[in-house]
Every structure is written in structure tokens, then in C-alpha cells.
Write a protein that binds this ligand. Structure first.
Ligand code: GAL
Length: 831
């Protein structure tokens, strides 16, 4: 067996195994990464699918890959979708050998996501296509494979202009796998694990395994399912003997009990693993590993959402899928960092707006203890953009929805299936019919989680009864209607599927505090009061959630800034016949609590002050207002403590008590029918005549000073400071070190007004994976070796070639500043 494995390894070179099989197993049955050594070229290629096509001049690369993030930014690519060249045609090709020994077996290629309108050929023969870029798919290569010879796989992607409301990325942007199976095997995504009875003492686990027999004979086999806990100890084992007739499929159901269960929850997200083996006598036919968690979720009108019997209110964020400067090409560390930043803000739930996310994101949510609403679509039949998913809806929606659920159903983090966001059918009298159809499909796949959707038309979504067709209607931007909805429908369970949509730019403040939406700088003041007409400052949502305790919680728009949708600098208006009208060069969103680099904006701390318990205090604005001496600067503080005292150059401006000393904030929400401002219980504020120096806030709990923050007026920009999130990374061309770059004065105070251009150089084998600064209007390429600081800061993301053994250095320099460097060590360094 072992010799056979080694021979295969040499011959095809694709068996970099992702799953750890027990030693005696036949490794060839496992899935193997198919990410390496692809050729790529942009533009239409008449015979790009043919094996003999000459691709020698094409660029060689490893997947996942997003061709659009490489830029350049250009207005012609449409600011709404990020101003990046995502549309057009891109071809990928790869040559690989398959050994003779594998003849008679089944070979599949599994794409986790291709953006978009993908078509796939093996040796010139088309094996399939998939228009929706966010869904994974598996294709059978077997009929056209040449065993013992070289094969060519070719993939064409053809994303169209005006096909999306945000930046989608372009190309094979998620992982690809080569999968090899015996004729009798577990179906693709064919294992479904539920936990019908859950308690710490004893839980029941139900495992349904779909087995396929693609051979011409009936086959008798044993399905052996072993469950391991997180320590790798076996906690259950089941053997079921089944006969399956020729060319057929059968579902094997196994039920087992786990004593002394380690439940999956937000603090201790314990995961189990089910290992399923199909054996014919001693011969192993297939092997699958499925990670799952044991947890109980329940939703009720009076108790809200409960996880293992404990009430949890959603402190949620909506997230688009891009990873800022890295674009859409999925990277585990980038996602992990995003989620960690969100968790530190106090987030406990993610809504994957508005499409199926990467598997990587869901795995991380399982591991990190985050709840997920898994969302299928942003539109159904009625178009939101000219070339949107509506074009494929009739043919593909059922399949895409089923495939999303089949792929994702074992993730303990997922608590609801969302069948759509703000679908325009809300305004149709018979919109309920389509809602019912999709809800039924969802239930047909999984009854263990409720069906939801995010409705923004109110009351249309209720009048037209779409809201009646889902288990839990989500309402976008309707905090002031929660009461009315619940009064009219006392048995409904509802939540804010999208809230706030407040906009801001990190470190930017305009005085006096604006009541207008746009500013010539193309930035938005960070007092967090400005947004589109449907939006509201977070304060209104906090109030309405407090007044309506039955509402399950909220999902703010958004946790992170994302590429595209640069509202308020662009939008739909009458002069453009409803089409997007931009304010170039604004091209990425201002909606995030964190910017595109993941640097927190002020709003991040406003949420943190409501959502976390570890004592914190935050103060804004920065203190660099030369020329405004003596003018009043509004100073705001956020805290989760009882009270805050402000000091300016050592002089106390007095203590303010949270919830008692209120801050008036002008309201922009379309349902706010009063001229009066909202009196915020969540912000403490002082009007301070400006004088250069230091502002300091001290927060008190039970009368005791517990935490403080200080900002000083910066002197002349003097040097660069570099700070790595991690100085030790793996040499695998994937792991990342995020370097925060700051321009500071001699004393180390951040120079908010600095805009120096920083040049990055690498000494050694390291690479710059991306650069950024969080400025939604900067046109500096995100994949380059320089970036100007924005509000004093920038970001460089580093990685290193596979197999590199020596540490490397990043040097950052700028004219007129002392440069800085930082050393990154490698986990796999030669000793
Ligand atoms: C919502 C929409 C989101 C985003 C947001 C901006 O209506 O669902 O995708 O566009 O508005 O405020």
C-alpha cells in the first residue's frame, strides 16, 4: 500500500493531502489540493480549452487567485463594484498526469468558488459550468481523463460589468481540490450530522451518509463511523452493513449517543469529528472527515434565541467577502484576523451578506465561537443590476440553494438560512410565492434551522406576505418599526438583519459637526452621524433594541469596510435613471466599524462600549487643530464603565455619567419625525475650547478609576513606526504578517495629518501580499510596494515563499522621515 502511495505521489504530484487519514488507509482516496501551478491569462482565447493550446507565455500562479485586485483602479470599472477590473474574460489552465493505476476509478475536480460564469474543460471536452460565483461545485472528470498521460484542465471565467452591487473579485478565488474515488463512495457533501437531543450528560448524534454506487454491480459494504472529540479520543463507533444496488444511491442513517458531551458554545466552541469509512471486507473504499459541534439552538417569541438553553442576543455584523488589500482570494489568516478584530469589538454573530461565504470563513466561525446567518442570494428574478444573478435565477436558484445547505449544514456556527437580502419581489403581490418555494427547498434540505430573509420594504414585505413565509423575518433599517411589527404579529420572532449603515472615515473630523452628507475631501466625519436616508446612528438601534427586548438583536452594516459601494460618494439618483452615479475616486465603502485595513474607526469603540465587559474607554477626535485655538471642539467618549472624566492639559472638564448625561445627536433616519435630536445615552460629551496639548479620559467603575486613554497634539512628523500582529509566520506562501505603519513625531505621537508616501523594501525571501491605508478614495494600487499614510497610518501584509528557511526583513522609508524596519521569523527556519 505504501509503495503504491509513493509511486502515485511521484507520478501526479497532486496528493498534498489535506486530511489526516489513519496510517493504514489508502491515501489516494483523499482529496488533494489542486491549487498549484496553474497558467493564467486575461482576455478571450479562441481555443483556450484545447489540450494542445500553447499557454507557454501565460503567467504561472497558484490559486486561490483574484485577478482584479491587482488593479489598476479606474473609473471605467465602476466605483460601485470597487473601481477594479473584475469584468472581462480570464482563462486558467493546468497540466497534470494521472497514473494508469487509477483507471477504473472516479476522478472529480472540486471548485470551492469561481467568480464567475465558470466553464470547465478536460482535454478540450466541456465537463460543466457554474454561473454563480459564490457557490462551490464538483465536476466529474473521469470520462475524458487520460490515464498514464498528461491531461489539461481549462477554466474560463467571464464576470460581466454591472453584475454586482459590491466588489466580487474575479477568477478562481477559492480553493480547488482533486478528488479520487472508488465507484462506491460517499456522495459530494453527502454527510449530514444533526444533534436531536443535547445535554451535557448525554447527547444524541444522528449521521446520515449518502453512498453512491456508480458500478454495474450491487455491492455490499460496511459504513464505519467513528466520532472523535477535540483531543482526538474516540467517543463513539458505529458499523452498519448495507447492500446497494448497481448505479444507485442510498442514505445510511446511524444514531449514536455521546456521554459527557462537550457542548459547542461561544466561549468554548468544542468540535467533534466524525470519520466515515466505507469498507468492502478489509478494503477501504472511501474515507470522509466531517467536523461538527453538539449544541442546541432554539428561537421563541418570549425567550428569544437560546444557545444550549442560554439566551444570546445578536451583536452581529454583516460582512462582505473581500479581505481589503488581498481582494477576494480566500486566505485563512486574513479571515481569522478579520473575525478576531470583530470579536474584540464584542461581535458574536456574522451575517454572510449577501451570498454563500467561503468554507474557510465557516470553519473559523466554528472554531472561534461565532454564530452565522448563511445567506444565499441578493436577488431573485427582479434585477438590482443589469447583469445580476436574476439572469441565472430560474435555471440555477434551486440547485445553488440546495448546494449551499448541503455544503454548510454540519457547521455548528450556522443558526439560520437566509434565502435573500432585500429582494425586490417584496413589492409584488405574489412575492410570497417565491418566498414559499425557497423556504420549502430549504426545509427539504434541513429542518434543524429556521429560514430567514432580510426585508427592507416595510410594510410591503408584510402586506405581500413574504414575511409570513419565513420562520424568522429579518428587517433591514426598521428599528422604529419593531414595536409596531410585534404588536401586529405578537407571535413573530424578528431581528435587525441590517442596522445603522452609518458612514465614517478613520481619523477624519469636520467642524462644525456636519449635517450634510458629502464633503469635498471625499471623506466622512467620524462622529458617526452621517449615512444614507435609511440609515441611523448606532444609538437609535441601541435604544430600539432596549425598548423591544423581544427583538433578537442586530447585524450592523458593516463590520469592515469593503471594496465598492462608496456611499455617500455615489448612489442611485434620478439623473442617472436609477443607475449608480459615483464621485470618483471614491471606490470603497465608508460603512465599516473597521476600515479596509482592519484599523478600528471610532464607531468600533461605540459598539465595544455596548457589547463588551472588559473595561474600556475611547475618546474622539484627535487633538491636532492648529488654527482653531479657542474654537469649540466637541469631545465624545465611549465607555462600558459608569462614568468618564475628561482632562485637557491636566484640567478637569468634569465627570459625566453614562446613561444620565446625554449627548444630543442630529437624526438622519427617514422615520425620525421630530426636529429634535436624539438624546444619546451611549456617548458622553464635552464642548472644549481648543488648545494644543493632551486630552485624557479616565473611566470609573463603582467610583474607582479603572481605565484611561490619552491623545496628544503631534509635533512635526519625525519617524516611521512598524508593528507586526505576528513576527513569526509559516513558510507556506499563505500565512501572513500584518504590519501597521505609523508616522509619528519625535515623542511617538501619531501624526494624523501626515500623508507621507511610504516605500516598502524586503530583504530576504519575504513578499508583500498587499498594502493599504483605509482611504476609500486612494487610487494607490493595493498590490504594490508603496502606500501613502492616511490619518497617519498604513498597512503592509507580508508572506513568504513555500519552503523558505531564513527570516526576512521589511524596511519602510519615506522622504524626510527616519525609516524603520522589522524582522519576521519563520516557523520552519533552519536551526
Ligand atoms: C442595504 C443593502 C446592503 C447595502 C446597504 C448600504 O440596503 O442590503 O447591501 O447596500 O444597504 O446601506
Amino acid at each position: 500500500m505504501k509503495i503504491k502511495y509513493i509511486a502515485l505521489l511521484l507520478l501526479i504530484g497532486i496528493w498534498a493531502c489535506s486530511k489526516q487519514a489513519p496510517k493504514e488507509d489508502i491515501i489516494i482516496l483523499e482529496e488533494s489540493s489542486f491549487n498549484e501551478n496553474w497558467k493564467f491569462s486575461k482576455g478571450e482565447k479562441a481555443n483556450g480549452m484545447k489540450a494542445e493550446f500553447d499557454d507557454s507565455s501565460w503567467r504561472q500562479l497558484d490559486l486561490p487567485h483574484d485577478w482584479a485586485i491587482e488593479g489598476p483602479f479606474d473609473e471605467k470599472y465602476n466605483a460601485r463594484s470597487g473601481g477594479l477590473p473584475f469584468h472581462g474574460i480570464g482563462w486558467y489552465r493546468k497540466k497534470f498526469n494521472v497514473p494508469n493505476q487509477l483507471e477504473g476509478k472516479k476522478a472529480f475536480v472540486h471548485f470551492e468558488g469561481v467568480m464567475n460564469r465558470a466553464e470547465v474543460w478536460i482535454n478540450g471536452q466541456k465537463i460543466g459550468e457554474r454561473p454563480y460565483g459564490y457557490i462551490g461545485f464538483q465536476l466529474d472528470m473521469t470520462p475524458y481523463l487520460k490515464f498514464g498521460q498528461e491531461n489539461t484542465i481549462a477554466v474560463k471565467c467571464a464576470p460581466e460589468d454591472l453584475s454586482t452591487r459590491w466588489y466580487p473579485g474575479a477568477g478562481i478565488y477559492r480553493d480547488v481540490w482533486f478528488e479520487y474515488k472508488e465507484p462506491v463512495h460517499i456522495a459530494f457533501d453527502g454527510t449530514f450530522i444533526t444533534t436531536p437531543q443535547v445535554s451535557k450528560e448525554k447527547s444524541t448524534v444522528n449521521i446520515k451518509t449518502e453512498v453512491k454506487n456508480t458500478s454495474e454491480q450491487a455491492v455490499k459494504f460496511t459504513l464505519e463511523t467513528v466520532i472523535l472529540n477535540q483531543k482526538g479520543e474516540q467517543v463513539s463507533s458505529q458499523n452498519t452493513v448495507i447492500e446497494i444496488s448497481a448505479n444507485s444511491e442510498s442514505v445510511v442513517e446511524q444514531v449514536t449517543e455521546i456521554q459527557d458531551t462537550e457542548l459547542w458554545d461561544l466561549k468554548n466552541p468544542h468540535l467533534y469529528k466524525a470519520i466515515s469509512r466505507i469498507k468492502n471486507g478489509q478494503k477501504l473504499l472511501d474515507f470522509e472527515e466531517s467536523t461538527f459541534g453538539i449544541r442546541e439552538i432554539s428561537f421563541s417569541a418570549d425567550q428569544g434565541f437560546r444557545l444550549n438553553g442560554e439566551k444570546v442576543r445578536f451583536q452581529g455584523v454583516c460582512l462582505h467577502h473581500d479581505q481589503g488589500p488581498l481582494g477576494a482570494a480566500v486566505n485563512r489568516r486574513a479571515k481569522e484576523r478579520q473575525l478576531q478584530i470583530m470579536k474584540d469589538m464584542g461581535v458574536n454573530a456574522i451575517r454572510t451578506s449577501h451570498n454563500p461565504p467561503s468554507k474557510t470563513l465557516l470553519n473559523l466561525c466554528d472554531e472561534m465561537g461565532l454564530l452565522v446567518i448563511d445567506e444565499a442570494f441578493d436577488c431573485w428574478r427582479k434585477a438590482k443590476v443589469e447583469n445580476g444573478y436574476n439572469k441565472f435565477y430560474d435555471e440555477w436558484s434551486e440547485r445553488d440553494l440546495r448546494d449551499m445547505i448541503r455544503r454548510d449544514r454540519n457547521h455548528p456556527s450556522i443558526i439560520m438560512w437566509s434565502i435573500g437580502n432585500e429582494i425586490l419581489e417584496q413589492s409584488s403581490k405574489d412575492g410570497w410565492k417565491e418566498t414559499r418555494r425557497l423556504a420549502r427547498i430549504t426545509k427539504d434540505e434541513d429542518t434543524s434551522r429556521p429560514v430567514t430573509a432580510g426585508f427592507n420594504y416595510y410594510p410591503a414585505s408584510v402586506i405581500n406576505k413574504l414575511a409570513h413565509e419565513v420562520d424568522i423575518p429579518g428587517f433591514n433599517y426598521k428599528p422604529m418599526k419593531y414595536k409596531e411589527i410585534l404588536e401586529q404579529h405578537p407571535d413573530w420572532i424578528i431581528y435587525g438583519s441590517e442596522t445603522s449603515s452609518c458612514t465614517s472615515s478613520r481619523g477624519v473630523y469636520h467642524f462644525p459637526i456636519e449635517t450634510y452628507k458629502k464633503h469635498e475631501s471625499l471623506q466622512v466625519t467620524s462622529y458617526d452621524l452621517i449615512g444614507p436616508v435609511w440609515s441611523s446612528p448606532p444609538d437609535l438601534d441601541f435604544d430600539m433594541l432596549a425598548e423591544n427586548p423581544r427583538v433578537l438583536g442586530e447585524f450592523i452594516w458593516t463590520g469592515f469596510d469593503y471594496l465598492g459601494e462608496p456611499t455617500p460618494y455615489g448612489g442611485r439618483d434620478n439623473s442617472t435613471n436609477g443607475y449608480w452615479n459615483g464621485d470618483w475616486p471614491s471606490h470603497s465603502s465608508y460603512f465599516g466599524a473597521a476600515d479596509l485595513c482592519g484599523f478600528p474607526k471610532d464607531r468600533y469603540f461605540l459598539y465595544q462600549s455596548q457589547w463588551t465587559e472588559k473595561p474600556m474607554v475611547h475618546v474622539l477626535p484627535h487633538w491636532n487643530w492648529e488654527g482653531k485655538e479657542g474654537e469649540i471642539i466637541p469631545v465624545h467618549a465611549f465607555t462600558n464603565c459608569d462614568e468618564v472624566e475628561l482632562f485637557v492639559n491636566g484640567k478637569s472638564y468634569g465627570k459625566k455619567v453614562k446613561g444620565v448625561d446625554l449627548t444630543p445627536i442630529p437624526m438622519i433616519h427617514r422615520f425620525w419625525k421630530s426636529d429634535k435630536p436624539l438624546m444619546s445615552k451611549y456617548r458622553l460629551s464635552w464642548d472644549v475650547p481648543y488648545q494644543a496639548g493632551t486630552i485624557k479620559v479616565i473611566a470609573y467603575k463603582d467610583g474607582k478609576a479603572i481605565v484611561e486613554k490619552e491623545i496628544s497634539t503631534a509635533g512635526k512628523a519625525h519617524h516611521i513606526e512598524l508593528e507586526a500582529d505576528r513576527t513569526l509566520i509559516a513558510s507556506d506562501n499563505k500565512d501572513l504578517s500584518y504590519i501597521t505603519v505609523k508616522v509619528v513625531d519625535k515623542e511617538g505621537n501619531l501624526c494624523y495629518k501626515a500623508n507621507n508616501n511610504i516605500k516598502f523594501e524586503i530583504e530576504g525571501k519575504g513578499k508583500i501580499a498587499g498594502v493599504g491605508n483605509g482611504n476609500a478614495a486612494s487610487l494607490t494600487p493595493l498590490q504594490g510596494d508603496q502606500m501613502e499614510v492616511f490619518s497617519g497610518m498604513a498597512l503592509a501584509i507580508l508572506k513568504v515563499d513555500k519552503g523558505a528557511k531564513e527570516s526576512f526583513k521589511l524596511k519602510a522609508s519615506a522622504e524626510g522621515l527616519e525609516s524603520a524596519s522589522i524582522q519576521i521569523q519563520l516557523k520552519d527556519m533552519a536551526l
